[in-house]
Design a binder for this molecule. Structure first.
Ligand SMILES: [Zn+2]
Length: 212
């Protein structure tokens, strides 16, 4: 993990917060559960401060979203700290660094980065490259599920509408989607609804565009 010095401390505090939230997640699902292992990989992928594991954290004042992850389709040099030669860049919005949501952005982008790390480890195999829908679905579900394990009961998704949506009586009422965090079914429905309607995504399970 390496990154801009000015955001370094905040990021590390966020990573420690994410680790603390993960403890409750472990209690809820069990240390050997698939869910916990996947969640843990979303934090482990960052490595520890100073570790040259091929994961870079950048800050951006112009990024439109809270975060974004890109994975190079070419290996960099393999080393002891980076045995697969992964080259993963996680960019976090400058405003997110000072927001309470940083911990959830760390989990969300970590989920993408962990998917990317697996893809690199597979030798860039097509079957290890999830669909864009799947990697987003998993990343959003992780955030909701971790919040639920830490006692939150409700979350809200703000839907960014297109100009076209604003003209459409069917989608006029869509801007916010409330999610009941006590119901896994509602969490899944909420994430699917958000991915389908938010202008950044417009994704359904049928969309086969790949993540990386
Ligand atoms: Zn995402």
């Amino acid at each position: 993990m390496s990154g801009l010095a000015c955001h370094y401390k905040r990021f590390e505090a966020g990573r420690q917060n994410a680790l603390a939230l993960l403890e409750k997640y472990k209690e809820r699902h069990g240390e050997n559960s698939k869910k916990y292992k996947k969640a843990k990989s979303a934090i482990d992928v960052y490595g520890t401060p100073g570790e040259k594991n091929g994961v870079k954290i950048l800050g951006s004042a112009t990024l439109e979203y809270s975060g974004t992850t890109s994975v190079s389709p070419v290996r960099s040099k393999k080393t002891d700290a980076n045995p697969t030669g992964q080259d993963i860049e996680i960019t976090i919005n400058a405003e997110t660094f000072v927001s309470e949501d940083l911990v959830y952005t760390i989990l969300h982008e970590g989920s993408h980065a962990a998917d990317g790390a697996k893809w690199v480890a597979s030798g860039f195999s097509d079957s290890a490259n999830p669909t864009w829908f799947q990697t987003e679905f998993d990343a959003f579900m992780l955030g909701l599920d971790v919040a639920a394990a830490n006692g939150e009961t409700v979350a809200w998704f703000k839907i960014e509408q297109t100009e076209e949506d604003k003209q459409n009586p069917l989608t006029l009422w869509l801007p916010w989607r409330k999610v009941d965090l006590t119901s896994e079914t509602d969490m899944e429905r909420g994430v699917k609804h958000y991915l389908k309607w938010d202008k950044t995504y417009k994704l359904t399970p049928e969309n086969k565009k790949k993540a990386f």
